[in-house]
Design a protein around this ligand. Structure first.
Ligand code: GPK
Length: 791
């Protein structure tokens, strides 16, 4: 490998060892790793063609993959080789790994789920393509200036992307606007504008390098590169204008998570990547099939939320306008290919487009949507409509065009049936099913937590990495005090490493023996970072009132970004940082309580924080978090959860045991009921002197002395429209935190509970989730075993 790296350095980067930078070394190593992958990748592609196996197409606006180098090394079993080679070349391996920028092509859970699914699809050997957008700028870079969030554009592509193959020959023309002509019962769309979608392929190789799939991301390019006529006329700006316009489509990821931006460019992005993907999969299908009617036997298209829901009308359009099928048959054929995953019940996240806007950009699609809507109405009179009050409702469209609709946790799926899609569920009672989310153990234990991984592998060998339920064997170790001590020691190694990193990045000294209490996720009112902070202030007050008590030392760690236009979320960030300045400087509590908020939370930071956490904050208002996947990552890495009965928390608690989980708060049903009571939040505040005191301090400017009015709006919100019931759950949360304090005092029993979490989390592997999709939705079987045999 050493020689391969030197060769790549010389011939692909044009450097010799004496002049190579960290970047050059990283690229050389990455290219060597990519070379190793290509053979597996080709074999898999060939095998998929050979067996004419059904292929899965996962359409997603987001793939939050983070760094890839460690996946590429460990999935191919090249760790020792790679480390030795870099050592022999006099390079520090970790520096090289950390040189790779995160591919932040997603906002949060939805995008990260797509990335975990890609890993599991490859590990299970299911022929699959991920389809998305190659954003030039991923999720913005966050910094804090005097405690406030600032956003800077993210620039991961300012360096060459090591893993992708550009496919300039794989291009599709994507139309927008224009008009539709009808003659002899046939429609034809004449787009007014068009751009080219160009493919960029990243090979995704699964565990042990047995199978490789493709993540195909589209970039938008102008149809005509450069308007030479304008240029020659001297109009230099006009010459580049169409080029710039086309490129804006894949320029930037919308930074909204579970909130809708409703912008025209967003609709164009959605259509752009969906249309390119559908054309691409049809081309592949037609290359080895003659009969378009066989499409559902060869193609399963999964829509990751409604963002690609235009896939339904687009597929129907191609079947009718280009392949000459009749509308009813086309709709039926499309439906048998399509399935839709719902990720949220929050009304502000449900996509709707004004009919006028959609009709202007996609006139033929609007006609087809009307036809779909009318035919569904004719079959099921009185059913909900796709078009309502001048809006196209993408949820209803996705539902009606899918043969299966799934929720992402047991509770969420039940709520999908009872709330957003209650009427459609009555009409199609078998369509909605559950597929509880999962996480890939390759990244979220094997990769991010070497200390724990090694301990587990010494005990069980390595087969747990692709068969996570084997972790249950660790249950037998709970009475083995030596093993529990080793488990505890692994956690401590991670906590020391994190303490050092926080010392460097946040300039705050923290005690590795304190409880590390971590809440990392997008900043959103329903996730209730605010409640966590209020509890922190209340704890601080009590520590100051009773300094003589034996308090459990805590480090409160926050991480996450707010959407740039979400002002309440930005206020919450500001308040966390303001409070941290005051509390961290207090000599009375200095050894007992610290707040840290490292800026620019991303996948790589999660990989650092999760292995070092003792307590995982999963405290959303019950009924609001569809699933959560961070909750799974923490529990797998031996953190205990403090949480509500929300999303997958419910199932996590069932698996790890209620004695190993800190439950608090109202249930989803109680939440709905409480909201109906007038003045519920004032009543809750009245009843809690502790909460009243904290709100008083914030209101009076205790944490913002330079600007005492800064948080009047925020406190007022809690009094008058506490939509997420922070005030109602506060006391229960505070009391449960004190139970956690007491439990933490016995390190031995805490470590045993933590071990029981790790041992019980096998079911939450995304391998299990993907098997569920394959069995219940796609009707496809893993082919990895087949390949392994032939190898
Ligand atoms: C849900 F609707 C959305 C969205 O736009 N973005 C997003 O990340 C998340 N989600 C849910 O909030 C999580 O509860 C869930 O675990 C995740 O999607 C994956 O299903």
């Amino acid at each position: 490998m050493k020689n391969e790296i030197l060769k790549r350095l010389r011939y692909s980067l044009g450097k010799d060892a004496d002049h190579a930078s960290v970047y050059d070394w990283r690229m050389a190593l990455s290219l060597v790793l990519r070379d190793h992958m290509v053979d597996t990748w080709f074999d898999s592609t060939r095998a998929a063609y050979g067996t004419s196996a059904k292929r899965v197409y996962y359409l997603s606006m987001e793939f939050l993959i983070g760094r890839l180098i460690e996946d590429m090394i460990s999935n191919q079993g090249l760790e020792t080789e790679a480390r030795n080679a870099m050592k022999a070349l006099g390079q520090d391996f970790d520096t090289i790994v950390h040189n790779e920028p995160d591919a932040a092509l997603g906002n949060g859970g939805l995008g990260r789920l797509a990335a975990c699914f890609m890993d599991s699809l490859a590990t299970l050997g299911i022929p699959a393509y991920g389809y998305g957008i190659r954003y030039e700028h991923g999720l913005f870079e966050q910094s804090f200036v005097e405690g406030e969030q600032m956003e800077k554009p993210e620039t991961w592509l300012s360096q060459r992307h090591a893993w992708e193959f550009e496919r300039p020959e794989v291009q599709y023309r994507i139309g927008f606007g224009g008009h539709v002509s009808h003659s002899e019962g046939r429609a034809k769309w004449h787009p007014g504008d068009s751009v080219l979608a160009t493919a960029h392929d990243t090979p995704i190789v699964g565990w042990k390098g047995v199978w490789g799939n493709t993540l195909r991301l589209w970039s938008a390019d102008p149809v005509r590169q450069f308007d030479l006529a304008s240029f020659n006329r001297g109009d230099y700006l006009a010459a580049g204008r169409s080029e710039a316009l086309a490129r804006t489509i894949s320029r930037v990821l919308y930074p909204d998570d579970t909130t809708e931006s409703g912008k025209e460019l967003r609709l164009k992005q959605e259509y752009f990547f969906t249309a390119a993907s559908i054309m691409d999969l049809l081309r592949r299908f037609l290359s080895d099939h003659d009969d378009i009617r066989a499409l559902p036997d060869a193609v399963a298209i999964q829509l990751n939320d409604t963002h690609p829901a235009i896939a339904g009308p687009e597929l129907v359009r191609l079947l009718v306008d280009e392949h000459g099928l009749e509308m009813p048959e086309a709709i039926d054929l499309a439906r048998r290919c399509l399935a839709y995953t719902n990720h949220t019940l929050l009304p502000e996240a449900l996509e709707r487009w004004h009919e006028g806007l959609l009709g202007r950009i996609l006139p033929r699609h609007l006609e087809i949507i009307r036809a779909i809507d009318d035919s569904h109405q004719a079959e099921h009179p009185g059913s909900p409509r796709i078009l309502e009050h001048g809006d196209v409702r993408m949820g209803e469209l996705a539902f009606i065009m899918a043969h299966k609709v799934n929720g992402v946790s047991a509770l969420h799926t039940e709520l999908v049936k009872e709330t957003v899609f209650a009427d459609l569920h009555r009409i199609h009672p078998t369509r909605i099913i559950n597929q509880t989310n999962g996480i890939t153990p390759r990244r979220w234990l094997y990769g991010c937590n070497p200390a724990l991984r090694n301990l587990i592998s010494e005990e069980l060998g390595e087969s747990w990495v692709s068969d996570l339920e084997q972790l249950s064997a660790l249950t037998d170790k709970r009475g083995d005090s030596a093993f529990v001590a080793d488990f505890h020691a692994a956690k401590r190694v991670n906590k020391v490493a994190l303490s050092n990193w926080i010392g460097q990045t946040c300039d705050v000294q923290i005690d590795p023996d304190a409880m590390f209490d971590v809440q990392i996720k997008r900043i959103h009112e329903y996730k209730r970072q605010l409640m966590n902070l209020l509890e922190t202030i209340a704890l601080w007050n009590e520590m100051r009132d009773h300094p003589e008590k034996d308090w459990t030392p805590r480090v409160k760690i926050f991480g996450g970004k707010a959407a740039p236009g979400y002002f309440m979320a930005k206020d919450i960030i500001h308040l966390i940082n303001d409070t941290a300045s005051v509390i961290n400087a207090d000599p009375v509590t200095r050894d007992r309580l610290k707040i840290v908020f490292p800026p620019n939370y991303n996948v790589t930071m999660a990989e650092r924080l999760i292995p070092a956490a003792d307590l995982s904050e999963q405290i959303s208002t019950a009924g609001k978090e569809a699933s959560g996947t961070g909750n799974m990552k923490f529990a797998l890495n031996g953190a205990l959860t403090i949480g509500t009965l929300d999303g997958a928390n419910v199932e996590i608690r069932e698996h790890v045991g209620s004695e190993n989980f800190f439950l608090f708060g109202l249930t989803a049903a109680e939440v709905m009921e409480r909201r109906q009571q007038p003045g519920f939040s004032r009543a809750a505040i009245e009843a809690s002197p502790r909460l009243r005191r904290v709100l008083g301090q914030i209101f009076e400017g205790r944490f913002s002395p330079q600007d005492p009015h800064r948080y009047h709006g925020l406190v007022g919100m809690l009094y008058d429209h506490d939509h997420f019931l922070v005030t109602c759950d506060f006391d229960s949360y505070f009391d449960t935190q004190r139970r956690a304090d007491i439990a933490f005092q016995s390190q031995q029993s805490w470590a045993t509970m933590a071990l029981m979490n790790t041992a019980s989390m096998g079911w939450f592997s995304s391998d299990r989730t993907i098997r569920g999709y394959a069995r219940d939705i796609w009707k496809t079987r893993p082919h990895g075993a087949l390949l392994e045999k032939s190898a």
